[in-house]
Ligand binder design. Structure first.
Ligand SMILES: [Zn+2]
Length: 172
């Protein structure tokens, strides 16, 4: 899909994986119990991306078969799950890789920490309408409108509803 073979991409945190509890999230936004994830053993290309549940730092990307050219896109799908523009509901499978800190044609690198996901419409906001993005220390992408646009910028929690939960809810 979008250049990748059909593949299941699942996101979890190191803490949940070690505890064998909680939920993982697929690239399509479906919650899977960790216990089911561990038992899954289908003969398919499997990827598992692990993030620190506290800092959000990318820790590890595991794969059953090497596909180097697709690794960064897979890590971004797992990390962001969808377009990072504030309030945007477009999922990861329908988003493209975007250089969040500096566009490739202006000398941006392909370092994974500088890449994010954006849908076609929001990519055009950057290309043609003066919006800018930068990466926050926790890895989220912050969007800023041009000075003459009376909209608030920000990050996008739509694909990460767990961020809106009280902290003590997650460990129950
Ligand atoms: Zn979008």
């Amino acid at each position: 899909h979008n250049g990748l073979p059909v593949t299941m991409i699942v996101t979890t945190t190191l803490q949940d994986l070690q505890a064998g509890a909680g939920h993982a999230v697929t690239g399509g936004g479906t919650l899977i119990p960790i216990s089911d994830l561990i038992q899954m053993n289908a003969p398919a290309n499997k990827y598992l991306a692990v993030f620190d549940g506290i800092t959000g730092q990318s820790l590890w990307l595991g794969r059953s078969k090497r596909l180097a050219s697709a690794d960064q896109r897979i890590m971004l799908l797992a990390k962001y799950r969808g377009c990072t523009a504030p309030g945007c509901t477009v999922n990861g499978y329908n988003s493209q890789v975007h250089h969040a800190t500096q566009d490739w044609k202006h000398g941006g690198t392909t370092d994974i920490d500088h890449l994010t996901l954006a849908c076609t419409c929001d990519n055009l906001l950057i290309e043609n309408h003066g919006w800018e993005t930068h990466q926050l220390p926790d890895g989220q992408t912050h969007w800023s409108p041009p000075p003459d646009v009376p909209l608030r910028g920000g990050t996008n929690d739509y694909h990460h509803p767990e961020r809106l939960l009280p902290k003590d809810f997650e460990s129950d």
